[in-house]
Design a protein around this ligand. Structure first.
Ligand SMILES: [Zn+2]
Length: 432
């Protein structure tokens, strides 16, 4: 199947090229070049007329929890540990297969329509199959994990170490690598506050065995850090290091409260960080020292962290990330728009172990692309594409979305499912 994107304004690294066409063959970018040449060299099965489109790499959400989308509008004023105890654990305790599926449907529809092509979903301890099944159907590139927790959790949600590992292994067998590698499993112990050392060590070994991303939360909130100091003598990153659990396949969400030693440990072990500025503001967690992470050559991606934020737009997360550092440092150049755009694309790809496959529009990469309507007010007038994507654009600008060479959103409508019917049914399932 050959798909052509014809004559768009295409973002190639830091460059923006007008009248540029992209030839896609079987999900892979085969050629990029002037409209005239591509028209002469290729005959496509399907084409998108992109003369009014800006083409950017698909956005990557490195950290979110689909099942928490149902708590939207109910958790507005809380800090992390209270938010978990008062809202998230009780909701998780009531999760059913039907509700987990409805949450995944609403989450993935919103992400697809917001220009996110790849996500990293930290699901609950149960019903992870539903998330995979919805991702398979909607067509997004998915990294999905099942929460593990065998310590200090509410009684009805406490798991045992063996079932945490064995359930995850069974999910790997059922889903990892399916749909031409579009669906991938990741190993996700919740955080060291609710995990035994034994579980963390075995989870890491499982990730190594299957070459998977190992994702957990770390040093997000001062109450959490105080708990870790009391239990282990040190906060999460040093604790994980003591257990030998830092490595290039490790993705840590948040990393707000870091000291000098933490930067060294993250950099030395090539650990990746999912920065979630909206969540850090929403839960009053603090401001992550992202410019220092980047100075230390640590790979950083962006995460919406829904339900600790109200929507899945990565445009908002880019904007919050860049603005937060300006007000925090009182330096207008603390982090520029190119940096934050890279975090939402190539940085995110590195976080989920796909830096050679997605994150940039390049020959040989997988065709995960987001098309924006150049006629939107955000781009009128058009001066600097990346600056306007970061400071002016929103999900309202997204017109078409391509994942693995397949058009899953065309002219603002999902092509893979009946969007309206699904949203209506899923919303109903979550209020009944
Ligand atoms: Zn999270």
């Amino acid at each position: 199947m050959q798909l052509g994107i014809i004559g768009g304004t295409v973002v190639l690294g830091a460059r923006t090229v007008p009248d540029c066409s992209i030839a896609i063959d079987n999900g892979i970018i085969q050629d990029i070049g002037p409209k005239k040449r591509i028209a002469k060299d290729y005959k496509f099965d399907d084409e998108i007329d992109a003369r009014d489109r800006i083409v950017i790499p698909g956005l990557v959400d490195t950290h979110m929890h689909s099942y928490q989308v149902a708590t939207k509008g109910q958790t507005c004023d809380s800090e992390l540990l209270k938010w978990l105890r008062s809202y998230i654990f009780p909701w998780e305790g009531h999760l059913s297969r039907k509700r987990a599926r409805a949450c995944a449907e609403l989450s993935y529809i919103e992400m697809a329509k917001s220009g996110t092509t790849c996500f990293s979903d930290f699901t609950s301890t149960r019903f992870t199959d539903e998330a995979f099944s919805v991702a398979e159907k909607i067509g997004l590139r998915a990294n999905i994990g099942r929460t593990m927790m065998d310590y200090n959790a509410p009684k009805d949600m406490l798991e045992d170490t063996v079932s945490d590992i064995e359930d995850s292994r069974a999910l790997i067998m059922r889903w990892h690598g399916r749909c031409n590698g579009r669906l991938r499993f990741m190993v996700t112990p919740r955080f060291d506050v609710t995990c035994s050392d034994e579980l963390l060590v075995e989870a890491f070994a499982l990730a190594k065995e299957y070459n998977l991303v190992f994702q957990t939360h770390a040093q997000e909130n001062l109450g959490e850090v105080a708990f870790e100091r009391k239990r282990f003598g040190v906060p999460a990153i040093k604790h994980l290091n003591k257990l030998g659990l830092l490595g290039s396949n490790v993705l840590l969400a948040h990393c707000v409260w870091l000291d000098r030693k933490d930067f060294t440990l993250l950099a030395k072990n090539n650990v990746k960080v999912a920065h979630c500025p909206g969540s850090n503001m929403y839960l009053a967690s603090g401001i992550a020292p992202v410019p220092e992470m980047l100075k230390n050559k640590i790979s950083v991606g962006l995460g919406s962290d829904v339900g600790a934020y109200g929507n899945y737009s990565m445009f908002e997360q880019m904007r919050l990330a860049v603005l937060l550092q300006k007000v925090h440092t009182l330096r207008p150049h603390a982090m520029d728009h190119h940096t934050v755009f890279s975090m939402a694309t190539s940085g995110g790809a590195a976080c989920v172990g796909l830096s050679k496959e997605i994150g940039e529009i390049r020959v040989g990469r997988k065709a995960d692309l987001t098309l924006l309507d150049k006629r939107s007010l955000a781009f009128s007038p058009l001066h600097d594409v990346i600056a306007q994507v970061v400071y002016s654009a929103g999900k309202v600008c997204v017109s078409d979305v391509i994942v693995d060479g397949k058009v899953i959103v065309r002219d603002r409508q999902l092509t893979t499912i009946n969007e309206e019917k699904t949203i209506r049914r899923a919303s109903k399932a979550l209020v009944s």
